[in-house]
Design a protein around this ligand. Structure first.
Ligand SMILES: [Zn+2]
Ligand SMILES: [Zn+2]
Ligand SMILES: [Zn+2]
Length: 471
């Protein structure tokens, strides 16, 4: 290995090896995550665990695929031994001279990243699922395993997903996985069960046995003694004395001889040192160490911890992205899933082959959607999409379908109608949409385009949809 091929530029914090450039991140340098876009990989100084974790989380939690998919290499230190970090990095080196050892692996990841079509999902949930699928694809991962992690608010962590949430929101990771499993992207296998605080959904709970009357856990426990000859039943303290170790019955004053012969200890009795209440069964309480709420155990939220395996369907979504959850489709009334849309178009092409009628598919493209969404946030995005769909819906027939290809491309069917008329309807729709946006978002300019395509029964519907999207 030719070590002289590794060129280190200390002032810019970059390292070059055979035309591959890396950026070096350490505590003594300004952290500019955005700068990493133009490099093949990020090398992080691993001497300080907190620093390394912070940087890794910011990279994997970023919303730009050119940042969150970036190969991460840890240099020196012990940070890579932390299970959370271990699951998020792509290699470890102990000197820059070892870059040739990881360089090929880094190129592999970058090449796989190029195979993905990155699309914008219509909701935060769908975006997180897309991110996970993209990450697994570029790392050749087929399985997603939870790692036991004391620093995780849910005790088990799915590190890549956890990077997208603050500590107190980490339970939402489990909801993301539930969505992905319901959609058939993953199969799951039960591993364990966790309990979450009903107030803040943290799993950092301290379980205690407490007095059912006052809730204190400051208690004593005594054996209960049953004296057979006289049938007296009472706590053992009724039978003890200050002089010797002998047990004497307070009712019949006889000496107790052998357990099982003349007396028995049928159960125990608890006494609260706070309120003197005597009771047989404790209340079990779980005090939350995150928010201090003392949960009666019956009210804890239980969640399954599973191991997840990518399905064939999941693998295909890893290449094309996951646009909308079933809830998104439900929330945006009048839309169908992209898969349904594709199926309907396939049948329509078949039908046209026999009837030779005129049917069209239309794409409405919000040209600068990315900029707009970044400015207004995901709630406003959802609102806008709802309004746009409502407006489109009112201009087309109820038999026609609307779907999202991405958060910037809406597809519409306009079957059994001349293309010229479809075109005219779309022109009117665009005017309406422009007006709608002007009225709602005064200082933002959004450019919307539409493209009407007449279905050709000699070509596959899939191909024609792809051409339309590529407008
Ligand atoms: Zn709590
Ligand atoms: Zn008490
Ligand atoms: Zn007795």
């Amino acid at each position: 290995m030719a070590l002289e091929n590794v060129k280190i530029n200390a002032s810019s914090g970059t390292i070059e090896y055979l035309n591959t450039k890396y950026i070096y991140v350490s505590q003594s340098r300004d952290l500019k995550i955005d700068r990493s876009v133009s490099y093949a990989g990020i090398i992080i100084d691993g001497k300080n665990l907190d620093f390394t974790k912070m940087v890794v989380k910011r990279i994997r939690g970023n919303q730009n695929s050119e940042i969150y998919l970036k190969p991460i290499i840890i240099l020196n230190g012990n940070a890579h031994r932390d299970v959370f970090i271990k699951n998020l990095i792509d290699g470890v080196i102990f000197s820059f001279d070892q870059i040739p050892l990881i360089n090929e692996h880094v190129s592999e990841i970058n090449n796989l990243s190029k195979e993905i079509t990155i699309i914008n999902s219509i909701s935060f949930e769908a975006m997180i699922v897309s991110k996970l699928l993209y990450f697994m694809f570029t790392r050749n991962l087929k399985m997603l395993e939870p790692v036991p992690y004391a620093l995780s608010n849910t005790n088990y962590s799915f590190p890549f997903l956890a990077c997208n949430f603050s500590d107190f929101e980490e339970f939402q990771v489990l909801e993301m996985l539930e969505i992905a499993t319901q959609e058939g992207l993953f199969k799951h296998k039960f591993l364990d069960r966790i309990y979450l605080c009903s107030n803040c959904k943290s799993s950092h709970l301290s379980f205690r046995e407490a007095c059912p009357k006052c809730g204190s856990s400051h208690t004593d426990t005594f054996d209960i003694v049953h004296h057979f000859p006289c049938a007296y039943v009472g706590p053992i303290t009724d039978f003890t004395n200050d002089i010797d170790d002998q047990l004497n019955c307070p009712k019949c004053s006889k000496k107790l001889k052998h357990i099982g012969v003349d007396y028995d200890k049928p159960s125990v009795l608890h006494q609260c040192k706070n309120c003197d209440n005597r009771f047989q069964d404790f209340h079990v309480k779980a005090k939350c160490m995150s928010c201090t709420f003392d949960n009666p155990v019956e009210t804890l939220v239980d969640k399954e911890i599973n191991e997840y395996t990518l399905t064939k369907k999941g693998e295909s979504y890893a290449l094309q992205g996951y646009v909308s959850t079933p809830k998104d489709i439900e929330d945006i009334i009048g839309t169908v899933k992209f898969d349904t849309f594709k199926t309907v178009c396939r049948y329509e092409v078949e039908r046209l082959r026999q009837t030779e009628g005129s049917s069209n598919i239309v794409a409405i493209n919000i040209v600068n959607a990315g900029q707009f969404y970044a400015k207004v946030g995901s709630n406003a995005q959802q609102m806008l999409l709802k309004d746009l769909v409502g407006e489109i819906r009112s201009s087309i027939r109820s038999s026609d379908m609307i779907t999202f290809y991405s958060s910037s491309v809406i597809l519409v069917t306009m079957f059994e109608i001349p293309t010229k008329i479809s075109q005219r309807i779309m022109d009117d729709v665009l005017k309406l949409l422009e007006k709608l946006i002007q009225n709602n978002f005064k200082d933002l300019v959004i450019e919307i385009k539409s493209n009407v395509h007449q279905l050709n029964y000699n070509l596959s519907s899939e191909l024609q949809i792809n051409q339309l999207i590529g407008m």
